[in-house]
Design a protein around this ligand. Structure first.
Ligand code: NAD
Length: 356
């Protein structure tokens, strides 16, 4: 039964399809931008330089220093560059790290910005900005960080290595799983979540088998990532995102890999009290059971299964369980200290998830 709900669509324009990056110049014109600063990570400087060259005078320069978790000193340095170049717009070419820098700059300058994602993290669809300073991560929701335009061009994802494609894709899947049981969820977001999860579930194994060649699978995954990112932007996330935030912040674990390891375990923790959400996840993945389906997917993708392999110390299990107990967040099953510690221990060791 459909009951009362609130749905707010985010006002981003999306260009989706192979070769759509060629329309970047026209999009900049639409936004009145004449001197865009292009942002990227050091690893993607080659790709971004080619883009900057193709824009000609529409690009004022390149800032190739985007860093994971959006450190404020990097943002301050990029701001200096933008001012020196009299940039009047921003183009973020890359994954969540680069898009985070674009958001941080847009927030401080009010400049129009265009996101050109190259991973499946989904940040381009959310009004969320997480910044780090002095070892602390501060997250805010603010519609002013949303890009005016997002260009999803599948060609840009062909270079994303198989391992990163797998973990980035499961990171997106996590947005969908939590959206399906979100306290402020609604039927529209649930449609996007199920469709997004299905697109990722069918495409990720094909991508891992042929990362640079299977354009159809890449396109499906990008479509799924967009939908899952929109879910993350639209409704509140629960225990899974909370745990990953704690693990990333406390032990400096890599973002997408941590999401990948944790997702089946948190699904197991919540399964009984979120049974209709789990039914939809199972239907999306074409499996009988969502929990084992998610764990099997990680195995098929040869993705990491254990937090210890990501660098988490064993003594961190109790610390993490305590930290997760501290904060308030909505979740189908309330946080139970011992059950959380047991779940984290299994995830740390790489054991299959358990519904206890
Ligand atoms: P990332 O942006 O850090 O990219 C990982 C690495 O892959 C980088 O070296 C990057 O240069 C490289 N890379 C990216 N695309 C590539 C491609 N197509 N080909 C070759 N190499 C490529 O990783 P991510 O997982 O996309 O983003 C993680 C960051 O995004 C974290 O800081 C996380 O907190 C943030 N995030 C934010 C939100 C949000 O809504 N605010 C959502 C998801 C993730």
């Amino acid at each position: 039964m459909i009951t009362s709900f609130t749905y707010v669509a985010k006002p981003t324009r999306v260009l989706f399809g192979p070769g759509r990056l060629a329309e970047l110049g026209a999009e900049l014109h639409r936004l009145g931008v004449r001197r865009a600063l292009v942002l990227c990570t050091p690893e993607q400087a080659g790709m971004a330089r080619a883009l900057t060259d193709s824009l000609g005078p529409l690009a004022s320069g390149l800032y190739p220093h985007a860093t994971m978790h959006t450190p404020v000193p990097v943002t301050v340095d990029a701001l200096r560059h933008a001012k020196a170049l009299t940039a009047d717009g921003l183009v973020a070419l890359g994954g969540g790290s680069t898009i985070g820098l674009g958001k941080a700059l847009a927030l401080r300058t009010g400049l129009p910005h265009i996101a050109v994602p190259t991973t499946y993290a989904g940040s381009e669809m959310t009004p969320i900005l997480g910044e780090t300073e002095g070892g602390r991560k501060i997250t805010q929701r603010n519609d002013e960080v949303l890009p005016q335009t997002v260009i999803y061009d599948v060609e840009l994802t062909l270079s994303l290595p198989a391992a990163l494609s797998a973990t980035s894709g499961v990171n997106a899947l996590a947005h969908a799983v939590e959206a399906l049981y979100a306290q402020d969820g609604n039927p529209i977001v649930s449609l996007m979540a199920e469709e997004g999860a299905a697109a990722l579930g069918r495409s990720l194994p094909r991508i891992v088998a042929d990362p640079a060649g299977d354009r159809a699978a890449r396109s499906d995954a990008f479509y799924g990532a967009w939908l899952c990112g929109a879910c993350l932007g639209a409704v509140a996330m629960g225990l899974h995102h909370k745990i990953c935030h704690v693990l990333g912040g406390t032990f400096d674990l890599p973002h997408a890999q941590t999401h990948t390891v944790m997702l089946p375990h948190v699904a197991a923790y919540n399964a009984t009290l979120a049974s209709s959400a789990m039914d939809r996840v199972a239907r999306a993945l074409g499996v009988e059971d969502a929990v084992s389906g998610l764990f099997d997917l990680n195995r098929r993708l040869a993705a990491p299964l254990a937090l210890r392999d990501l660098g988490m110390p064993e003594h961190g299990i109790d610390t993490a369980a305590d930290l997760v107990m501290h904060d308030q967040y909505a979740n189908p099953r309330p946080p139970e200290r011992d059950a959380l510690a047991a779940m984290l221990r299994r995830a740390w060791a790489g054991e299959p998830p358990h519904r206890g």
